[in-house]
Design a protein around this ligand. Structure first.
Ligand code: ATP
Ligand code: MG
Length: 249
């Protein structure tokens, strides 16, 4: 048990969730390392949602509402941290959910799908993968024809750079959540929400609910207003300014 008074309570709680997910076979061992890279960036940003990422969540919500076949891709870390929130978001949009793993094993796919169903998902894709994302080797290319393969907009919280690029090449609009503004995923996606998935998924849902009644033209104009390159520049500039101000103390 982590004492609530611990100054790093939130962060330790997240780690505990991942360790539990690892012990239950939901999280791959490399997921624990990936989290370390992510939380280092979270630390640099002050462990909060910065304005530009709030805006990215709004743009993402508009794109998901405009999509004909939006899909939320769920991997081990995402399932361990925000399974319930992903199911809730999928219902609010509405969007499909597909379990998509970098280190694929049929058992882990099934266990994650079961967890999502336990959290209320009526339909989970990924267990019957029948297509391959072109340009990727190994089983990480597998996906479902009714899910990611035919999606027009894909939300990929914590995606690998290679697969993000392959999805773009397949003509998908890719929305990534990635705490590292320098990662290939962050640089390849159409919209990168540089934030912790813990905060980003509920944030997107809040925007989905807010924007749901809007005219299509308004959503299109929000979506078109986004320039991912300059947004990432802004994030980097935010981090460097913050570090400089801390160095001044
Ligand atoms: P890329 O392949 O895109 O260059 P990478 O190889 O550095 O990135 P991966 O191991 O492929 O990274 O994926 C992990 C990514 O997920 C990292 O960029 C990390 O910042 C991010 N990440 C980890 N945990 C979280 C989290 N809780 N919220 C948001 N992002 C996270
Ligand atoms: Mg990678």
């Amino acid at each position: 048990m982590i004492p609530r008074t611990h100054p790093r309570y939130e962060s330790l709680l997240i780690r505990e969730k991942l360790v539990r997910g690892f012990r239950e076979g939901i999280v791959h061992e490399s997921g624990l390392i990936a989290h370390g890279r992510g939380e280092a960036f979270d630390y640099l940003m002050g462990e909060k949602t910065i304005d530009i990422s709030e805006n990215a969540a709004k743009v993402a919500a508009s794109m998901l509402l405009l999509a004909k076949n939006p899909v939320i891709s769920v991997n081990g870390n995402v399932a361990a941290l925000v399974a319930k929130e992903c199911v809730s978001l999928s219902k609010a949009i509405p969007a499909k959910i597909e379990v998509n793993l970098f280190h694929r094993s049929e058992k882990r796919i099934r266990d994650i799908a079961d967890l999502l169903r336990k959290e209320g998902a009526e339909m989970v894709y990924g267990e019957n993968a029948d297509k391959r994302i072109p340009g990727l080797d190994h089983d990480r290319a597998l996906c479902e024809s009714e899910g990611i393969f035919s999606a027009d907009v894909v939300l990929v919280p914590l995606e690998d750079g290679d697969r993000c690029e392959a999805l773009r090449k397949l003509g998908k609009v890719v929305i990534a959540i990635d705490l590292n503004p320098l990662s290939r995923t962050a640089r390849t996606a159409d919209v990168t929400i540089v934030d912790n998935v813990i905060r980003a998924i509920p944030n997107i849902e809040r925007w989905v609910k807010k924007l749901k009644g809007c005219e299509k033209e308004e959503l299109v104009s929000i979506a078109n207003s986004w320039d991912n390159r300059s947004a990432l520049k802004e994030v980097l500039s935010y981090i460097s300014k913050r570090l400089n101000s801390l160095a001044d103390i």
